[in-house]
Design a protein around this ligand. Structure first.
Ligand code: ADP
Ligand code: MG
Length: 746
């Protein structure tokens, strides 16, 4: 066998022990080269030092319910629901999340499948033995386990241990199959765990990684010295993470903060930062259309204002005007908490170009919102409202033709619309500014599409979810930023409550009181995925994710929107109810929303269709059912739907779990703080809720955890750009950008 070291760009198929089916499974997961293979890190490590003998569990278990690993049925086991649940807030043992998880290793001795009598749930029970004692393992609603597990399997299991009717039991454990029949020798202290990929078990991935490490050639160094100085080199780092030495710090390994993690993260973040810096440099070289200003224009804009701008609005608008008159292309992010008045800033910016002979477009994510913005633009424009044109995907053919003609001729100077705006049939006369409301749903691609039509318009993105400033700077480093950090005067705080579903009558009492006073109410039900089968687990972690599956304890019965509708009709028989959800046709949705907006319906029962932007000042109370199903920022957005008028407003969350997480909303109304917390709990991927938003797909780096490192990478990237990049560096950067799925370098 040849022992020549292999470059990391070698295809994984050179590895022994990799048949075609397994190679295909790797390929499918995007793992083509040794580099890809080695950068797919273990998702967790088992510290053999923390393994518990089953016998010791039994002894400790009976010493008393407060001992060690949470024998109390802890309500917070349903908490978290994200991959970072055990980090951040879950770290302290006193809050019961991490404290309850036990790791055991044993052989399956007995396995049975049954159905629970009351709730008709599939129940899988197994008996684990390890020579010192036994432990019952129990899974709910996972009948396939009865087929995939066999007596004689060696299992590494993690989960909460509770005292059940038949003694100690581990509920819904996450587990790793260590082998069948054979004794697996395991002499190192840390056992890395890999996710199963199709037909490729985690153990096989470990063996492949070991082989790759043994045969790989050290790659070239791309990091500048000031980043790499205190870190192991790439190959050493990979070795430290796939085969952690016994003296590794278990906590740093688990949290991803070892120097080896930092090395890999630095490589990804440096490539990312360099790409951002290049894009920004490219944009600053592009010529932008200069919007002419004059004192006369200023007077005309002022005349449109229904109320004086807040200080923050004035600052933001000034920054925008500077951009529009600078001769460079604007690319700006306007951030502000819900209700901070972003729309008015957007309107003024659009008026700048509309009043000087150009066209401006406002893009929004939904038709409901488009209609609403169009209506408020019409109010602001008054006698000039004829210059505004609405464009929706669902328009009738004739209506649409007319709209398109008005846009093409330039007669429509303000265009408000949804994605329909991006279709090829839309031609603008003189598109100079695009404002995008709720950035996360409009990706880079659409911008390119528009760019092709209107040349290179100025671009203003409004974020509905505020992002902590330092993070936004790092992620959207090629955007300039304006922040509305001030609410318009006279806003009343929204009284926020968290109630257990058993106290729901308190919430309905509040609703009844508001209705009696002539106000209106929102009731929000979580959108239901049919695969939930009417019941949900306490957490929504991805399958196979140890940290969430382990919390999969008791199932909660989910009340869907139909059940809620029935409840509301019974509780409020004299109130008209409008029910809206994502599966309604656009015109039906608009009709029902219209009834609520006009005050004809007293209660709007909705899924998160109402999340963004709906403005009904007479609505003063919102009740969110199953609040645990929502992200914190999402709840904060929902809350922003009330408290828009002169009346005091209330926001009530109903939930049987995750009290600790939801309490953040009770404690603060500051959207930036809530977003920060949300990010910490869910991680950036889920927080931003998207892959298509152009967020990089890091394997080692974490935008939240590695914030400080990212800042250093930005500085290093700026320095590197000043020095100029060599062709080889550019090649490397292009490869990295493709791998991280970043937008083009050019
Ligand atoms: P968001 O930033 O969430 O999009 P909106 O633009 O919808 O906020 O504004 C929220 C409410 O505040 C609207 O009813 C709007 O008319 C009002 N508003 C905006 N700016 C001001 C201001 N300067 N003074 C008073 N009210 C304002
Ligand atoms: Mg808005």
């Amino acid at each position: 066998m040849s022992l020549a070291p292999l470059p990391l760009s070698t295809q994984v198929t050179v590895l022994r022990g990799l048949g075609p089916a397994r190679a295909a499974a790797l390929q499918e997961a995007g793992i083509g080269t040794l580099r890809d293979l080695l950068w797919s890190l273990p998702f967790r490590y088992v510290d053999r030092g923390s393994l518990q003998h089953l016998g010791s569990l039994e002894r400790r278990g009976f010493e008393g319910p407060d001992e060690g690993f949470g024998l109390r049925p802890s309500p917070s086991w349903g908490a978290g629901g994200g991959r970072r649940a055990t980090e951040g807030s879950g770290r302290s043992p006193s809050d019961g999340m991490e404290g309850g998880i036990v790791t055991v290793l044993g052989t399956l001795q007995d396995l049975r499948q049954s159905t629970t009598r009351v709730q008709r749930m599939a129940l899988t029970e197994a008996l684990l033995v390890d020579g010192t004692g036994t432990l019952r393992l129990i899974w709910f609603n996972q009948p396939y386990l009865g087929r995939s597990l066999k007596v004689g399997d060696r299992l590494l299991a993690f989960g909460p241990v509770v005292l059940g009717r038949h003694g100690l039991e581990m509920r819904s454990p996450q587990f790793e199959l260590l082998g069948r029949g054979e004794e697996t020798p395991w002499v190192r202290r840390f056992l890395p765990l890999y996710r199963k990929l199709g037909p490729l078990p985690g153990r096989a991935r470990q063996r492949l990684a070991a082989e790759a490490l043994a045969r790989a050639h050290p790659p070239e160094e791309w990091l500048p010295l000031d980043l790499s100085r205190d870190l192991p080199d790439t190959l050493a780092a990979l070795r430290l993470l796939h085969e952690p030495p016994d003296d590794s710090d278990p906590r740093a390994l688990e949290e991803g903060t070892t120097p080896a993690h930092q090395r890999l993260a630095a490589e990804e973040l440096f490539a990312f930062a360099l790409g951002v810096a290049l894009r920004r440099a490219g944009r600053l070289r592009r010529k932008g259309l200069v919007v002419p200003t004059s004192p006369d224009l200023r007077e005309r804009l002022k005349a449109y204002l229904p109320f004086p701008l807040t200080g923050a609005q004035r600052r933001a608008f000034k920054e925008i005007v500077e951009d529009l008159t600078s001769g460079r292309v604007m690319n700006r992010l306007l951030q502000g908490d819900v209700g901070s008045g972003k729309t008015l800033v957007a309107f003024l910016s659009l008026a700048m170009v509309a009043e000087t002979g150009g066209q401006g477009a406002l893009l929004v994510p939904t038709e409901v919102l488009a209609r609403q913005h169009a209506a408020s633009f019409q109010r602001l424009l008054g006698p000039e409202s004829g210059t505004m044109q609405l464009l929706l995907g669902g328009m009738k053919a004739a209506e649409k033709r007319e709209a398109l003609a008005r846009i093409a001729s330039g007669e429509a100077r303000y265009v408000v619309g949804t994605h329909a705006l991006f279709q090829e049939s839309v031609a603008f006369h003189q598109l100079q500014l695009v404002v995008v409301d709720e950035q996360h749903r409009f990706g880079v691609k659409q911008r390119e599409a528009l760019k092709e039509k209107g040349g290179d318009p100025h671009w203003l993105v409004m974020s509905a979810t505020p992002i902590p400033r330092s993070l936004a700077l790092s992620i959207f480093g090629d955007l300039d930023q304006s922040v509305l950090d001030e609410l318009p005067p006279g806003r009343q705080p929204i009284a926020t409550k968290l109630l257990h579903p058993a106290q729901a009558e308190v919430a309905w009492g509040l609703v009844a009181r508001e209705l009696a006073a002539g106000r209106q109410a929102f009731v929000v039900s979580p959108a239901i995925d049919p695969s939930d089968g009417g019941s949900i687990s306490g957490s929504q972690g991805r399958p196979g994710d140890a940290r969430s599956a382990a919390f999969d304890g008791g199932k909660v019965q989910l009340r869907d929107i139909q059940a809620m509708e029935k409840l509301l009709r019974a509780r409020f028989p004299d109130t008209e109810l409008a029910v809206v959800h994502g599966r309604l046709k656009a015109d039906e949705l608009a009709t029902r929303m219209g009834r609520f907006v006009r005050g004809e319906a007293g209660i709007l029962l909705a899924t998160t269709v109402v999340e963004v932007g709906v403005d009904v000042p007479n609505a003063t109370v919102m009740v969110v059912d199953h609040a645990e199903r929502f992200g914190l920022s999402q709840l904060h957005q929902l809350r922003g739907r009330v408290g828009r008028g002169a009346h005091a407003s209330q926001f009530v969350m109903l939930s049987a779990s995750e009290a600790q997480r939801l309490a953040v909303l009770v404690a603060t109304q500051d959207g930036f703080r809530i977003a920060q917390k949300d990010l910490e709990l869910r991680g950036p991927g889920e927080f931003f809720g998207v892959r298509q938003a152009g967020l990089p797909q890091f394997q080692a780096a974490d935008l939240v955890r590695d914030r400080a490192l990212l800042l250093r990478c930005r500085e290093a990237a700026d320095r590197a750009l000043q020095l100029g990049l060599s062709e080889r560096q550019l090649d490397w950067l292009r490869r990295e950008q493709t791998r991280l799925r970043l937008a083009d370098v050019s």
